[in-house]
Design a binder for this molecule. Structure first.
Ligand code: ATP
Length: 227
């Protein structure tokens, strides 16, 4: 379902904990920039994500350092917007801040794996988010709906978000008269990898060379993270 966004100035946000950033994350960034050709691609590491509090999350400065190593040479910038704020980071606030930083009004899109998409109704002010930004949903094998089933996604949007969503084959996305669109984007091939898998390997003392950028693995070993 490859397509380009509607205008060259579009801003694509890729948020996550990145604990640590792994090769599937960098692959998604590379493919999104190749397929969608956005005006700007911003990677936003989360401070203390509300749903992950109390789990072993490496300090923000380490996660940022690893992101910088992994994203070197890719057309993405790493934003500190959530890290500079105290308290939990909610996407709705992040979007407001990032939008305010743009000199002119440009369309925003928030990227998430399909696993995160099916939780979207639990996000704070999810409809407010959809007034400010569209969604890009990427496939994630190994999850229940890894292959982006349009019918299931539409059912979810109608039932949990708003009944006014419908599929537009002309635009290759779910559209709504008031809210911004939701774009299913098949990124070929994405591995079923997760940061949890990476942390498990590291805790066992393994060296997951194929799951991490070599510089990220070196950083983790030097700093003694995830032991
Ligand atoms: P954890 O295992 O700690 O929950 P994670 O691997 O899911 O971590 P996050 O930092 O939570 O990593 O992910 C950031 C974003 O990247 C999320 O939208 C997530 O759905 C997406 N993502 C992570 N891994 C993949 C993957 N293998 N394929 C596609 N999307 C992915």
């Amino acid at each position: 379902m490859a397509e380009t966004l509607t205008s060259k100035g579009d801003v694509v946000i890729f948020g996550g904990t990145f604990n640590p950033v792994h090769t599937a994350h960098t692959h998604v960034v590379k493919e999104m920039s190749r397929i969608l050709k956005p005006g700007k691609l911003i990677v936003v590491p989360a401070a203390v994500p509300p749903h992950k509090r109390g789990r072993g999350i490496a300090e923000a400065h380490h996660r940022v350092a690893m992101l910088e190593l992994a994203m070197r040479g890719l057309p993405a910038t790493i934003s500190h917007v959530e890290l500079d704020r105290t308290g939990p980071s909610y996407t709705v606030d992040t979007l407001r801040l990032l939008k305010a930083q743009e000199r002119e009004e440009r369309p925003f899109y928030l990227t998430m794996g399909v696993d995160a998409f099916f939780d979207f109704h639990t996000w704070r002010d999810e409809k407010e988010i959809l007034l400010m930004s569209g969604l890009i949903v990427v496939n994630r094998p190994g999850t229940d709906h890894g292959h982006l089933p349009v019918d299931v996604m539409l059912g979810y949007l109608k039932e949990k978000i708003d009944d006014g969503y419908f599929w537009s084959s002309r635009e290759n996305r779910f559209v709504h008269p008031r809210f911004m669109g939701v774009i299913p984007l098949t990124v070929p091939p994405v591995s079923p990898l997760s940061s949890t898998d990476v942390r498990k390997c590291l805790e066992k003392g393994d060296r997951p060379t194929d799951l991490l950028h070599p510089e990220v693995l070196r950083y983790i070993e030097e700093k003694g993270l995830y032991r």
